[in-house]
Design a protein around this ligand. Structure first.
Ligand SMILES: Nc1ncnc2c1ncn2[C@@H]1O[C@H](COP(=O)(O)OP(=O)(O)O)[C@@H](O)[C@H]1O
Ligand SMILES: [Mg+2]
Length: 329
């Protein structure tokens, strides 16, 4: 299994593996050393070295103000949670302070970050309904001192229905998260459940930036039209700052033509909102949560870890849409 993954990397089927860097890419790799690698083990070792370099010297610029992303796609299993936790871990590794808000009752993001989320744990549910403050629910990930999480417990499963009868039901999370401006988090990622219900709406109202993960599979764009219409609706009525700033292609299988076709279609549709880095399909990425880890901690030498590291650098270096607005936050 390791051999299969690594030989895929050696072939360079994904544009952003070492040695396969496209000239168009805006991800700076000047600080990386990319030794000649022609064996799978050599390639893996080179990747692990790059990750360690990122931790030591690849410090990323802090954004001019806190960037808050909602990670949304009402399709399940497209890589929302995986993208949220791995981007967060990669940014934290490179010196930034990051918070993941788990807004999916399944609590998968909490699990992957090694965060306690048994029933009764102070969680995003109580924060959402205004029962407790952000600081009462914050937990630090055991994997990185700059990586934090507000976990989700099963209590959140009832929130979708409870919210219906609440005052200002779409703006609860926004109100609750107003406190975040007093914290020095550089990045905040809100991991949404696979629906367009009130939890996702709350997340869209609470964040200026939306990141949409799209799986490189059949029907990838199915449902995205509906998502975009909902985003437009939230933007025109509830959150004028809302913007789809980033699209991430996930679970790309380099052996299939279909994956490339989907990637091309998505790029045609979303243009330069799509990160150049494509996340490969990799067994290691799917194994990591089983150990309460992100891929960055579970297997730093893997192609999956490298791709999320590259994606995080792109995200940080392109700076999103906030520059236009000027000023410090
Ligand atoms: N790049 C990848 N390669 C292989 N498996 C992946 C990858 N990204 C995600 N997965 C797996 O696919 C499943 C769905 O991913 P997840 O991030 O939970 O999706 P979502 O949050 O959109 O429902 C999970 O089991 C996850 O471990
Ligand atoms: Mg999820």
């Amino acid at each position: 299994m390791t051999g299969a993954e690594s030989s895929g990397a050696a072939k360079g089927s994904i544009p952003d593996v070492p040695g396969g860097v496209s000239r168009e890419t805006d991800v700076s790799r000047e600080t990386w050393t990319t030794p000649d690698v022609d064996t799978p083990i050599g390639a893996e070792a080179a990747r692990a070295v790059r990750l360690m370099q990122a931790a030591v010297q690849g410090q990323l610029p802090r954004p001019s103000r806190q960037r808050v992303f909602t990670i949304a796609n009402q399709k399940g299993g497209v890589g929302k949670t995986t993208t949220a936790v791995n981007l967060a871990a990669a940014l934290a590794l490179q010196g930034l302070k990051v918070l993941v808000i788990d807004l999916d009752p399944q609590g998968n993001a909490s699990t992957a970050l090694g965060i306690e989320h048994r029933p009764g744990t102070p969680s995003s549910y109580e924060v959402l309904i205004g029962e407790i403050r952000v600081e009462d629910a914050l937990q630090r990930s055991p994997h990185n001192e700059r990586l934090y999480c507000i976990p989700a417990t099963i209590d959140l499963a009832g929130a979708e229905i409870e919210l219906v009868s609440m005052v200002a039901r779409e703006g609860r999370l926004r109100t609750a998260l107003a406190e975040l401006k007093h914290y020095d988090f550089d990045y905040v990622f809100i991991d949404c459940p696979p629906s367009l219900g009130l939890l996702t709406i709350n997340a869209l109202v609470a964040a200026p930036e939306v990141l949409i993960p799209i799986q490189c599979e059949y029907y990838a764009l199915e449902g995205v039209g509906q998502l975009l219409r909902n985003i437009e609706m939230v933007k025109s009525h509830l959150n004028p700052d809302l913007d789809v700033s980033t699209v991430v292609l996930t679970m790309h299988d380099g052996r299939t033509k279909l994956a490339d076709q989907v990637a091309m279609d998505v790029r045609e549709h979303f243009g330069d909102k799509v990160l150049r880095t494509v996340i490969p399909r990799s067994v290691k990425v799917s194994e990591a949560p089983g150990y309460g880890m992100t891929i960055i901690n579970y297997d730093p030498g893997s192609r999956g870890a490298m791709s999320y590291l590259d994606a995080s650098r792109e995200l940080a270096l392109r700076g999103g849409t906030r520059q236009d607005e000027g000023g410090q936050g």
